[in-house]
Design a binder for this molecule. Sequence first.
Ligand SMILES: Cc1cc2nc3c(=O)[nH]c(=O)nc-3n(C[C@H](O)[C@H](O)[C@H](O)COP(=O)(O)O)c2cc1C
Length: 176
Amino acid sequence: MKALIIYTSQTGFTKRYAEWIGKRLQADILDVRDAKKKKKDYYDSYDAIIYGGWVMAGKVSQSKWFLGKAPAWNGKKLAVYVVGASPVEGPDVEECMKNLLNDEQRGYIRAFYCQGGLDYDKMNKPSKMAMKMLISILNKKKDPTEKDKAMVEMISHSYDISDEKYIEPIVEYVTD
Ligand SMILES: Cc1cc2nc3c(=O)[nH]c(=O)nc-3n(C[C@H](O)[C@H](O)[C@H](O)COP(=O)(O)O)c2cc1C
C-alpha cells in the first residue's frame, strides 16, 4: 500500500500530524504548494491519498483544492484530516466536520479531526490580528457566557493539545 500525505500548515501542527501519519504508513509527504505543481500522472502510483488542512474560521484551509481533485482519485483510499485549536468535543468541531463534505463526497472520502493548538510565535500577522479581533469581540460581549469566558482564557495564549493518538483511526482506515 503506497500512501501520499498532502498537507498545508501555517504554524506546524498539521505538518506534525503529516509526519506522524507518514512514519506509520511509510508514506510520502508533500506540502500542498508542491502538490499543486505535480502533473496528473504523478498521483497514479498511490493507493491512498490523505489531505491535511487546518481550520480557519470553521473552514478547512485549501480543502477546495483536494475536494476538486478527489473525483479523479476515486478508487483510491481518500481521507481528510482536519487540525484545529478546538478540543475534539467542541460543538464547532462537529459543525466544521459536517460542512466539510457533501453526501456524495462522504461516499468515498473519510474525514477525521485532530486536535492542534495555537502557536502565536509562528503565526503570521493577519492571523494574529484575526485572533486579537476575536478575543476583543468576546471581551466586549455584554453578557458573556461561561463558554465565551473559557474561550477567551484559552485562546489568549499559545497552547498545544495535539496528540499522536488522533492518527490511530486514520491509520486504521487507510490500512484496512
Ligand atoms: C485566523 C484563524 C482562525 C482560526 N479559526 C479556527 C476555528 O474556527 N476553529 C478551530 O478549531 N481552530 C481555529 N484556528 C486555529 C488553528 O486551526 C490551529 O491553530 C491549528 O492548529 C493551526 O494549524 P497549523 O499549525 O498546521 O497551521 C484558527 C486560527 C487562525 C489563525
